[in-house]
Design a binder for this molecule. Structure first.
Ligand SMILES: *Cc1c(COP(=O)(O)O)cnc(C)c1O
Length: 412
C-alpha cells in the first residue's frame, strides 16, 4: 500500500484538474466514490440559487419568464449539446431520462413504417427496458433484449436481431460493468442495417467524449445528476438529429411544446424545432442548479476530464490486481481503460456487506446486484489518493466483522 500511496501522491501532484476539487462541496473526512449515481454539489449552486430566489422569483415574479426562464431548456440544451457533439438546436433539457426515452422511442416507432422489433441488450438500465417494452407493446412491436456476456456488448450479439428492426437502443456506458461502446462504429453498424440508433448517455455525458453529429447518431437521452453534477432529480436531456425533428410527434403534447403557447389555441400545433418535446412548465429552480454543474464540465473540458478518468480507472484496476484480486475480488469491468467509462465494478460474494461497512467508515461506493461493488471516479473532484482510501476501506471491511446494517442510500 505504501507504494500505491506514493504513486497516488505523484499522480495527484501532476493532475491539472486538481483545482476543481475546491469547486465542489465535499464533507470533511468523506471519500465519495459514487459520483456516477449522484454527482457532488458544485459550490456555485448556492450562489445561483440565492440569486434566483432573491432577484428572479422574489423580485421579478412572472416577468422572470421573459428574463431568460423561457429559454433555459434550449439554452442549457445547447450547452449539453456541445458536450455531446450535437449541433445547436438539437438538444433539450426536460423531464427525466425515463420520460425522455419514452417520448423519443414512441415518436420514432410511430413515425417510421418499419414495423420490426425494438432491439436493446441485457446490459441496459431497467427503466430503459421497461419503457422500451411499453413502447413496443403499444405500437404492436416486439422487444428483443439481446443477451451478452455481461461485460461488453459485441456486434455479433446484436447482429442476429438487427435486420428490419425499428430502433436500436443502447447505453453508451453500461451502468453495471462500465463498458464503453464505440459510438461511431455502433452507429454505423445500425445504419448499415437501415436502423436508427438511440443512445442512452446517462453514464457517459460529462466524462466521455461523444460526437453525436460526427457519428450521425439519430437520438440520445441522458441523465444530468451523475457526471453533470446537476443535483438530485435534475432534469434530463434529449437530443434529436435535426432532419428527424419535423417528423416526430411528442406523445405527451403540452402547451410548452406548442408553436404559439400564448395563443391558447384549442388545437395543438407543435413548435417546429426541438421545443416540441417540451410538455408542461420547466422546473426553473432545478435548471438553475444544473447550470452550475454544466458550466464546470464545460470549463474543465471533456477531453481533459476523459484523460484523467482513464488514468483513474487504470490506477484502480492496477490496485485491484495487486491488492484485491488475491482476496477474491474479480474484475467485472472491461480490462482496458479505453473500453470503460468512469467506474470500475468489482465482483465479490459479500459485495453488499462490504459496501455498507465502507460507507460506515466514510468511504461511499455503491452496490449493484448480484455481487457488484461499483467504484465511480469523478475526475473533477476525486483524487488518486481517494482511490487508495477506497482500496484500504475495502480491505478493512473484509477484515472486520462489525454490524453492517446501515441502510444504503438511494443510488442509481
Ligand atoms: C441513471 C440512469 C437513468 C436515470 O433515469 P431517470 O429517469 O433520469 O432517473 C436512465 N438510464 C440510465 C442508463 C442511467 O444510468
Amino acid at each position: 500500500m505504501t507504494n500505491l500511496a506514493q504513486l497516488a501522491a505523484e499522480m495527484d501532484h501532476t493532475d491539472r484538474l486538481r483545482p476543481f476539487r475546491e469547486r465542489f462541496v465535499l464533507p470533511e473526512g468523506i471519500v465519495y466514490l459514487d459520483g456516477n449515481s449522484l454527482g457532488a454539489m458544485p459550490v456555485a449552486v448556492a450562489r445561483s440559487m440565492d440569486t434566483f430566489l432573491q432577484h428572479e422569483w422574489g423580485e421579478r415574479l412572472i416577468r422572470g419568464w421573459n428574463d431568460g426562464w423561457w429559454e433555459m431548456p434550449t439554452r442549457l440544451g445547447d450547452q449539453i449539446g456541445w458536450l455531446i457533439g450535437a449541433n445547436p438546436g438539437e438538444t433539450l433539457v426536460c423531464d427525466n431520462t425515463t420520460t425522455n426515452l419514452y417520448k423519443l422511442a414512441w415518436a420514432v416507432c410511430t413515425a417510421t413504417v418499419q414495423g420490426g422489433p425494438i432491439v436493446t441488450d441485457d446490459q441496459n438500465f431497467p427503466s430503459d427496458l421497461y419503457i422500451l417494452r411499453e413502447v413496443a407493446e403499444r405500437t404492436g412491436r416486439e422487444l428483443v433484449i439481446v443477451p451478452t456476456d455481461g461485460l461488453q456488448t459485441r456486434m455479433s450479439d446484436v447482429e442476429p436481431a438487427i435486420g428490419g428492426a425499428s430502433l436500436l437502443a443502447l447505453s453508451l456506458v453500461a451502468f453495471k460493468s462500465g463498458a464503453l461502446l464505440d459510438g461511431s462504429s455502433w452507429t454505423r453498424f445500425a445504419h448499415e442495417h437501415g436502423v436508427p440508433i438511440l443512445w442512452d448517455l446517462s453514464h457517459a455525458v460529462g466524462v466521455v467524449p461523444i460526437a453525436m453529429a460526427d457519428w450521425r447518431a439519430d437520438f440520445a437521452v441522458g441523465c444530468c445528476y451523475k457526471h453533470l453534477h446537476g443535483g438530485p432529480g435534475a432534469p434530463a436531456f434529449l437530443s434529436v438529429r435535426s432532419d428527424w425533428i419535423g417528423r416526430l410527434r411528442n406523445p405527451i403534447p403540452g402547451w410548452f411544446g406548442h408553436a404559439d403557447p400564448f395563443a391558447m389555441a384549442h388545437a395543438y400545433t407543435p413548435e417546429p424545432g426541438i421545443r416540441r418535446f417540451l410538455t408542461g412548465s420547466s422546473p426553473i429552480a432545478s435548471l438553475k442548479a444544473l447550470a452550475a454543474g454544466v458550466d464546470l464540465v464545460e470549463e474543465a473540458g471533456v477531453s481533459a476530464i476523459r484523460a484523467k478518468s482513464e488514468r483513474m480507472t487504470a490506477f484502480a484496476v492496477d490496485a485491484w490486481a495487486t491488492e484485491l484480486r488475491p482476496l477474491g475480488f474479480e474484475l467485472s469491468s472491461p480490462a482496458g481503460a479505453q473500453d470503460r467509462g468512469s467506474h470500475v465494478t468489482l465482483g465479490h460474494p459479500s459485495a453488499l456487506a462490504i459496501s455498507r461497512r465502507m460507507t460506515q467508515r466514510g468511504v461511499i461506493p455503491d452496490f449493484r446486484p448480484p455481487n457488484g461493488l461499483r467504484l465511480g471516479f469523478a475526475p473533477l473532484y476525486n483524487s488518486f489518493a481517494d482511490i487508495v482510501r477506497g482500496v484500504e476501506a475495502i480491505k478493512e471491511a473484509l477484515s472486520t466483522h462489525g454490524d453492517a446494517d446501515e441502510p444504503l442510500g438511494h443510488v442509481t
